[in-house]
Design a protein around this ligand. Structure first.
Ligand SMILES: C[S@@+](CC[C@H](N)C(=O)[O-])C[C@H]1O[C@@H](n2cnc3c(N)ncnc32)[C@H](O)[C@@H]1O
Length: 301
């Protein structure tokens, strides 16, 4: 067994998120070429805020904590669209380089936003009483136990699997998102409402676009995504849901495509199934759909 950790990378490296194709950065600016996939241009942060308002999770006077805010683009979009609802924001990140970028991106909100250089796992307990925690495309970076032999599970993996009844392969070696599971455990025991999104290994397809499942494994276990200087792992959302339900938390999950308001159309279907792109705009749309179809959101209320 090995533990994949990205702590050293995030703490000590000058990180360039442009090498990672994050959904948030792809949709951070309404002039981005990826906006063509949306029904109307809207930043990712604004859309997450729309969604959380509809869910009743973003309310007047909210105190929000964002863990691993990257370049600060989600929070910038959220503040621009819904800032009047937000009383206070705490941005927590392990990377000093990225915290500097967040400060620059959020400089229009002095006093309202504070920045904290810390490890998520070490600080989460300080946020008991927060109204909402946002964790966007971060949990795949948290520790993952890899190369687990189901017949000889080491103590840490066995304890999690046993405590929450987590399903796993009968024979093949597999990986377990231990860091993501422990964050969800903490959020549940602290009773903090949360919005989480990440690249999944058990994706859900939008009801009107089942064809997006073509060529995808819909019920698999975390797989490595090698990136510049580190690796992250896809997330088994069904495990996180089992954990949150065992705490009695109201939890929901769905495809990120639904949150973005992307709906079926003959043109999209033709382009995706036929791999038929005759313009740059179509190629960009197809590339984005191929990537985002594996992403899920999860809420803990
Ligand atoms: C892939 S980036 C995502 C950034 C942004 N949320 C987005 O969606 O574009 C991961 C972020 O989580 C931060 N991060 C990773 N591990 C962390 C940890 N253990 N504690 C605090 N921040 C962490 C990184 O520094 C970075 O800001």
């Amino acid at each position: 067994m090995h533990t994949n950790s990205t702590r050293g990378f995030h703490r000590d490296t000058r990180i360039d998120l442009m090498k990672e194709f994050t959904i948030c950065e792809s949709l951070s600016d309404t002039k981005s070429p990826y906006m063509t996939v949306l029904p109307e241009p809207r930043s990712y942060g604004a859309m997450v805020g729309d969604f959380l308002t509809r869910q009743g999770m973003l309310r007047q006077g909210s105190t929000i904590v964002e863990l691993g805010g990257g370049y600060g683009s989600l929070m910038r979009g959220l503040m621009e669209a819904h800032g009047r609802l937000i009383r206070k924001v705490f941005m927590v990140d392990l990377s000093k380089t990225l915290l500097k970028r967040q400060r620059e991106r959020l400089m229009d909100y002095p006093g309202q936003v504070s920045f904290i250089n810390a490890d998520i796992h070490e600080l989460i307990h300080a946020f008991r009483g927060a109204d909402l925690v946002i964790v966007n495309e971060v949990i795949g970076d948290l520790d993952t136990l890899t190369g687990l032999d189901p017949r000889h599970l080491p103590g840490e993996a066995f304890a999690l699997i046993d405590r929450y009844g987590l399903e796993h392969p009968a024979r093949e070696r597999f990986s377990l998102n231990s860091g993501a599971i422990s964050l969800v455990e903490a959020l549940c025991s602290l009773e903090i409402p949360a919005f989480i999104s990440e690249h999944s290994c058990d994706p859900l397809m939008p009801g009107d676009m089942p064809y997006l499942a073509r060529g995808l494994a819909l019920d698999s276990f975390p797989r490595e995504i090698p990136l510049s200087g580190h690796s992250e792992y896809t997330i088994r959302f069904s495990h996180l849901m089992r954990v949150s339900r065992s705490f009695g938390r109201k939890t929901a999950s769905g495809p990120l495509i639904d949150l973005l308001g992307i709906t079926d159309s003959p043109a999209l279907r033709f382009m995706f199934l036929g791999n038929a792109c005759s313009t740059e705009k179509q190629a960009v749309t197809s590339e984005f759909l191929d990537h985002v179809r594996e992403y899920r959101w999860l809420t803990l209320e």
